[in-house]
Ligand binder design. Structure first.
Ligand SMILES: [Zn+2]
Length: 250
């Protein structure tokens, strides 16, 4: 190509680029759209109490399943956290209490694509139950109007493996002893009853989730009554570390 047309093309490219930059600088939304392309516009905000109360417990669980699908597909909702912090300062109307393990690989809000003010998250190794945890759940459901209690275990749980190993070192016994009965009651599993047997570990994890749910109903008449009156729903769930998927037991 001749040198003159080349200079002309470069000039035109420079001119149109400057024009684009000018347009973007005066229109923030156009700029974001150009940069991020497929990202959805901001749509999350803090729910009012009326909006939360209009949701049934099953609708909330359903929104968690949909949010988990967005998490798996790396399509989390874009949130204006600054705006949400300001809105949340006025009060909280959380949709659910999530009791899960303290494992660092479980980013609870992200897993369900939820934001500020959506969840009360209680974390302890092995997602076990204590009086303090029940008190938190009761406060959430009775005082704050939370409608769903989720007990979420996960595969490869260190607390479960330690309990199977009968590890009581340090203060760990306060957790492993709470899982002892679950392990003893996990039967009809092929192979050895140790942490080398993944089938046995998975069965204990599943039974431990159900045991926590049973303890909630048994040890908290408040939560038990709320569930019997269809004011709340108590459900089990299991988080898959490799896929990011949460399977609800409903
Ligand atoms: Zn764990």
């Amino acid at each position: 190509m001749n040198i003159i047309p080349r200079i002309l093309i470069l000039f035109l490219f420079f001119f149109t680029s400057c024009e684009d930059l000018n347009t973007n600088n005066t229109n923030h939304q156009v700029n974001l759209k150009d940069i991020y392309g497929e990202l959805e516009p901001l749509k999350e905000r803090i729910l009012t109490e009326e909006e939360r109360d209009a949701m049934s417990p099953m609708k909330i669980v359903s929104s968690f399943i949909q949010g988990n699908q967005r998490f798996i597909k790396n399509n989390l909702t874009v949130r204006d956290h600054t705006k949400m912090i300001r809105e949340a300062a006025l009060g909280q109307t959380p949709k659910a209490v999530i009791l899960t393990c303290s494992d660092s690989r479980i980013p609870v809000e992200d897993i369900f694509d939820k934001g500020i003010g959506d969840l009360i998250v209680i974390r302890i190794s092995g997602n076990i139950i204590s009086n303090e945890i029940l008190a938190d759940m009761e406060h959430a459901c009775r005082e704050l109007g939370t409608k769903v209690v989720v007990v979420m275990g996960h595969d490869n749980c260190r607390a479960i493996k330690s309990a199977i190993d009968k590890d009581k070192s340090g203060n760990l016994a306060s957790i492993t002893l709470k899982i002892k009965d679950v392990i003893e009651n996990t039967k009809n599993i092929l192979g050895p009853r140790n942490k080398q047997n993944s089938q046995f570990i998975n069965a204990v994890i599943q039974n431990n989730i159900q045991n926590s749910i049973m303890e909630i109903r048994k040890e908290s008449p408040i939560l038990n009554d709320l569930e019997k009156n269809n004011r709340i729903k108590i459900v089990g769930a299991k988080y898959n570390m490799a896929s990011g998927e949460v399977l609800f037991d409903i």
